[in-house]
Design a protein around this ligand. Sequence first.
Ligand SMILES: Nc1ncnc2c1ncn2[C@@H]1O[C@H](COP(=O)(O)OP(=O)(O)OP(=O)(O)O)[C@@H](O)[C@H]1O
Ligand SMILES: [Mg+2]
Length: 373
Amino acid sequence: MNILAIESSCDETACAILHDTTLLSNVVVSQIDIFKAYGGVIPEVAARNHLEAILPVIDKAISDAKTSWKDIGAIAVTHTPGLLGSLLIGTLTARTFAILHDKPLYAIHHLKSHIYSNWIEQNSSVAPKFPLLALVISGGHTQIIYMKEHNSFEIIGTTLDDAVGECFDKVAKILGLPYPGGPSIAKAAEKGNPDKYKFPHPKIDNLNFSFSGLKTAVLRTVQKTCSVSLDYPSHDLKNLLTSEQIADFAASFQKTAVDILLEKLVLAETKYENIKSIVFAGGVSANKALRKKANEIFSSLETSIEVSKENQPEPFKKRKNTANESPRIYFPAPQFSGDNAAMVAIAAYYEIQSGIEPTNPYTLDISPRSNIS
Ligand SMILES: Nc1ncnc2c1ncn2[C@@H]1O[C@H](COP(=O)(O)OP(=O)(O)OP(=O)(O)O)[C@@H](O)[C@H]1O
Ligand SMILES: [Mg+2]
């Protein structure tokens, strides 16, 4: 069956068509260049741009897939969570087409889509196996989710304040690096020393995260390094830093953020038995330093021992004894780690496989905030 999916939850207008698990087309129009000038997304501007882009994007997805409305079996759309105006444009468009062409409509949770980006173009022999842990790391969320089977989600850890992607974006601003902050920090970090500055890890015993303290720790260390007072305007600090210092701050921050994420993931894997797969999801999962370290920790006993040196945080050491049956780890292909509609289509495919009923196109509503369920 061909599924046409629409995504517009933040600043990407996207449409994709999937035939079962095979991608026929994938169109993403990003507003990143517009928001670079402002250093962040302006919700009303994003909604206006979605309105202009959405119909051409859908037309292009249909023509790239060499199909037509009559061969579309179902429509899927992101209806929660996200920016209110942005969600409205995609959802109203999907509802209209579902009614106009008499197609079943599937309302998809955005984090479910991010998780399912790991199933795109994967046949059942290589797809992630259950039970699994999903680490959702994006601009708005940082969660560890336990899945015992398809379409079953238990949030076992979540951030108590900022999301990790938001933290990358805010630290990039302090360092004067361009929006979006994640890729800018990663690039600057390539030339930096990750051990130059030490930032504390939050002291939280359970599987929850906190990132606002890390952001403040970077700010305070930059102020101290530049010998300015605590009330010195943070947007001016970049003018006092050398490019070498910026690279060292980027690398040290990135290392700390990656370690905090993986520490909790390792802890979750030791708490939940028999985990077969670990899937990473969301924009931050594109981070190469994270991918490298996760591969080192989870790939084999040998490399786990290697990372379990003196300076490793406690959970990494603990894992040394349990690494015989390492779960297989999955990262979305880089083009599917940020927002796109292919991940919405694949999530709908697995809803249909699980026998989940379509929604009513006359009444489907949006919700800016909601937990995955
Ligand atoms: N290479 C990278 N390293 C670290 N962070 C990255 C990288 N690439 C992108 N990011 C971060 O990913 C985030 C965007 O991801 P995504 O598009 O999944 O989030 P969102 O859709 O805005 O939020 P949510 O999915 O929670 O609603 C931004 O914070 C961005 O800085
Ligand atoms: Mg997203």
